[in-house]
Design a binder for this molecule. Structure first.
Ligand SMILES: [Zn+2]
Length: 166
């Protein structure tokens, strides 16, 4: 995940977005809950890497979970974070906190990815690849969150019971 250093204009736009009830409501309208999943699922646009994309303002788009992090912890905390990682291995997840979106480092992120990729049932090992999987699950979440729950159940059947599976 590339670190996007916030310039002064970017920081100001982000701070304004976090403080705007209209922008926050527009962001929250894209979130859904899925039964059996602790994640908060993004149903908006998805980037090539499977991350949510959120239009903060005209011409200004950012990774959705970075907006979530700034909302929860402030723009300064986001600017200070080297990188954000998904401990739940769900790039669509917007839940900020232990087990989901956390601050990390490039080294730590790469080490975690390598360690979890080969775990049976890990979404990182999904043959669909992270981009296709994220898009498919996003589409399901958008249509009906129950369909995502069904997909997770299906994966558990394919790969075996995996309590940590998102
Ligand atoms: Zn999550």
């Amino acid at each position: 995940m590339a670190t996007v250093r916030l310039g002064e204009a970017g920081s100001a736009a982000l701070a304004a977005g976090c403080a705007s009830p209209e922008v926050v409501a527009r962001y929250r309208a894209k979130l859904v809950q899925v039964d059996g999943s602790g994640c908060q699922w993004w149903t908006g646009a998805v980037s090539g890497r499977g991350h949510g994309r959120f239009w903060l303002a005209r011409g200004r788009v950012l990774v959705a979970h970075r907006f979530a992090f700034a909302l929860a912890n402030g723009v300064a905390a986001l600017a200070a974070a080297e990188v954000l990682g998904h401990r739940c291995d769900n790039p669509l997840c917007q839940r900020v906190g232990p087990g989901h979106v956390v601050t990390s480092s490039y080294v730590e992120n790469r080490r975690e990815w390598a360690a979890r990729r080969d775990v049976t049932g890990s979404p990182l090992g999904d043959v669909r690849g992270s981009r296709r999987r994220a898009r498919e699950l996003r589409d399901l979440a958008r249509t009906d969150p129950a369909l995502v729950a069904a997909d997770l159940v299906r994966l558990r059947r394919v790969f075996g019971e995996q309590p940590s599976l998102w």
